[in-house]
Write a protein that binds this ligand. Structure first.
Ligand code: IVH
Length: 670
């Protein structure tokens, strides 16, 4: 073959390998997708006309190839073990102490890793080339899934860097990215096929596809967490080995840490648990490994698990229970939500007895009947959901359909279903006791008027005792009226009257937010206040005019417009102003300073005042993008407490770092 062509093939292959490495391992894309595709196509063309090509490890081989009729068996040279579990902090401490007792060094280090929720695989590189990949199987023999594993995007077909061992078996987890999983399931459902139950099943199903082109189309990822057999020298520390693997271009989780001490080990468990919803992949716990490899060898194994490692799993996020009934709740804006009343079940670390069913469409999608056995899911702080029905457990004698009400279950007003919306609404407005309660709770809440001492329970009591029917009437309450309520003494009554007084001094943004206009959250209220500066100007604004406000689209503009066209709303606003609610005049900030459009934020660590998701929403409302990982393109990193590798990376890249207080100031200014 022409030497020139050969040289081009080598050069294009290296270029693509670099792009892949920058994108998948360093998490720093260096070229646009179109450039990658261009080089890929160029290489493909040259390989087509060159005898002996494509080579087995060419970057073009990542798209999959021939379909197999079955998988061959592979015997692992070293058995693939599993892990013991601990279920509570004390058991983790005991594990650490047992390891410490076998060492002559004080304060031994542990390598701490997320427990990735996928399936284990062994991948062998010979002279830097990927030659074989196998599933764990029974630990002794697995299946040869080389063709499928080769299509995993973040996995190199060829190692890079210095001192690559002539033989290197890496072990790690094949998983499916959460976002990719959702997309895949949507695609399967749209095509009338059965969706996967969770990302782990989807990863397993994809890895066991005989046609590697199908596997290639699935959003699989791989992270290394161990070395199997190898020739040559490797570091004497688990953590350093992981770093070495990364140095050879292999993907490793960026959450891997080396720590000493019980507290640091427990802190990590806590911190990663909080971060879990934001990770791009599923994890189901933390793996603690003795860091020193010589000490690992001293500790050895019991049965099929090492004594030098243990897994501390998060509480199960799914549990099976029964839907005993379905009730209908009326929200602040009249939306009627079906709520499943469950036989209480322990899931995600708490006992759950209610789960939202969202709306009719969701119930239809799930195919639920009252009396069904269902899987309930509670992930992080997210409200419990019914994930799926166990159809084969259905007993037709004991189940009955869910019937939606024709009238509001609270005030018996007419119910309407708006075209194109899945939700039904009570038309009662503030006539409806439920909406009244919710409106007042919202009015008093922390981000609204922040009325100290006026919690949800008290609002319910006040409405039930007919002491108030609208937010404005809060300010007419007397100490005598309040003291007449159950469990309310004169002292608390006086305190509440006092905080009601204090709450009258507020901001226009908070006031607008407190009115509970549909789809007007904190950020939109801020934008409105800054744009119009007075309540009078907001009141008279037209739908078109409102759309000039940053981030206000037609739908939100209409909600605002119609809110101020309803007499009882105007009445409430006027009564509130008459009651003495006021705010300092607003200094206008230029629109251009307002918008965070084009900026890319990354949120890391834990926060005291705002939750991660609130921060995310607030930034997005201002036009910013919120990304999951730090790259050169990141504009600002919002770093809370115990921020880890993302913060370090931001510092290395010289990216602006903002703490919670500065962020709060910024948001308030806006
Ligand atoms: S180490 C000898 N590290 O958990 C130790 N396993 O329950 C072998 N897993 O089969 C495993 N993340 O599939 C290790 N960081 C991690 C892991 C991990 C997930 C899986 C792995 C293993 C299973 C054992």
């Amino acid at each position: 073959m022409n030497n020139e062509i050969q040289a081009s093939i080598t050069q294009l292959s290296e270029q693509l390998e670099n792009y892949n490495y920058q994108y998948y391992v360093l998490d720093e894309p260096s070229v646009p997708d179109a450039e990658y595709d261009r080089v890929f196509q160029q290489l493909l063309k040259l390989e087509e006309v060159s005898p002996g090509h494509p080579l087995a490890n060419s970057p073009t081989q990542k798209v999959g190839g021939l379909a197999l009729s079955k998988f061959e068996q592979v015997t692992h040279q070293k058995p693939m073990l599993s892990l013991d579990n601990v279920f509570e902090a004390q058991a983790l401490k005991d594990f650490m102490k047992r390891a410490q007792d076998k060492s002559s060094t004080a304060n031994i280090a542990f390598c701490i890793e997320p427990k990735l929720d996928g399936l284990a695989a062994s991948i062998i590189y010979e002279n830097g080339l990927l030659i074989q990949a196998a599933t764990r199987g029974d630990g002794q023999t697995g299946e040869n899934v080389t063709e499928n594993v080769k299509t995993i995007k973040n996995l190199p077909l060829k190692l890079r860097g210095e001192n690559i061992p002539p033989l290197l078996e890496v072990r790690g987890e094949v998983f499916m990215l959460k976002a990719g999983f959702d997309k895949l399931n949507k695609k399967l459902s749209d095509a009338g096929e059965k969706p996967f139950v969770n990302p782990r099943n989807a990863a397993a199903g994809s890895l066991r596809q005989l046609d590697s082109k199908v596997a290639a189309s699935r959003p699989l990822g791989f992270y290394c967490y161990a070395v199997g057999v190898f020739e040559g020298e490797l570091a004497n520390s688990q953590f350093e080995r992981i770093e070495q693997l990364k140095g050879w271009g292999l993907p490793v989780s960026e959450e891997v840490k080396q720590v000493t001490g019980e507290q640091a080990c427990l802190d990590y468990y806590q911190a990663i648990g909080e971060k879990r919803p934001d990770l791009a992949y599923e994890i189901d716990g933390v793996v603690y490994k003795v860091d020193n490899i010589a000490l690992q060898e001293t500790l050895g194994f019991v049965a099929r698990a090492p004594r030098w490692a243990t897994a501390f799993k998060f509480p199960a996020e799914e549990a099976v229970t029964i839907i005993e009934n379905v009730e209908f709740q009326v929200g602040r804006t009249g939306a009627i939500t079906p709520v499943a009343k469950l036989k209480p079940v322990f899931v995600g670390g708490v006992t759950v007895s209610n789960a939202t069913l969202h709306n009719k469409d969701e119930i239809k999608r799930l195919g639920i009947l009252i009396g069904d056995e269902v899987v309930v899911r509670r992930a992080g702080d997210v409200i419990p959901q019914v994930a799926r029905v166990l159809l084969d457990k259905r007993d037709l004698q004991k189940t009955q359909p869910i019937v939606f009400p024709d009238v509001c279950p609270v005030c018996e007003s007419r119910v309407e279903r708006i075209e194109g919306e899945a939700t039904i609404r009570c038309t009662g407005g503030l006539y409806c006791g439920a909406q009244r309660k919710e409106a007042i709770k919202h009015f008093a809440s922390r981000k609204a008027l922040d009325i100290d001492g006026l919690g949800n329970k008290l609002v319910e009591l006040l409405v039930e005792h007919n002491l108030i029917a609208s937010p404005a009437q809060l300010f007419d309450l007397t100490t005598e009226q309040l003291s007449s309520l159950p469990r309310m003494g004169a002292v608390s009554a006086k305190k509440l009257i006092n905080s009601l007084q204090i709450s009258k001094k507020t901001t226009l943004a908070r006031f607008l937010y407190s009115l509970g206009i549909r789809e007007v959250g904190e950020a939109t209220a801020n934008n409105l206040a800054n744009h119009y500066q007075t309540i009078e100007a907001v009141k008279v604004a037209s739908v078109e005019n409102l759309q000039a406000v940053s981030d206000v689209g037609e739908i939100v503009a209409k909600h605002i417009y119609y809110f101020f066209r309803q007499e009882h709303n105007i009445e409430v606003v006027n009564q509130l102003l008459e009651a003495g609610i006021h705010w300092p005049e607003i200094k206008k900030v230029a629109e251009s300073e307002l918008s965070l459009t084009g900026q890319i934020f990354v949120i890391t660590g834990s926060f005291n005042v705002m939750s991660r998701s609130d921060i995310k929403t607030a930034l997005q409302d201002l036009g910013a993008k919120v990304a999951g990982s730090v790259s050169k393109k990141t504009t600002t990193v919002i770093a809370g407490e115990a921020a880890g590798s993302k913060l370090t990376k931001a510092q290395e890249l010289g990216i602006e770092i903002m703490d919670e207080e500065t962020l709060l100031n910024l948001l308030n200014k806006i």
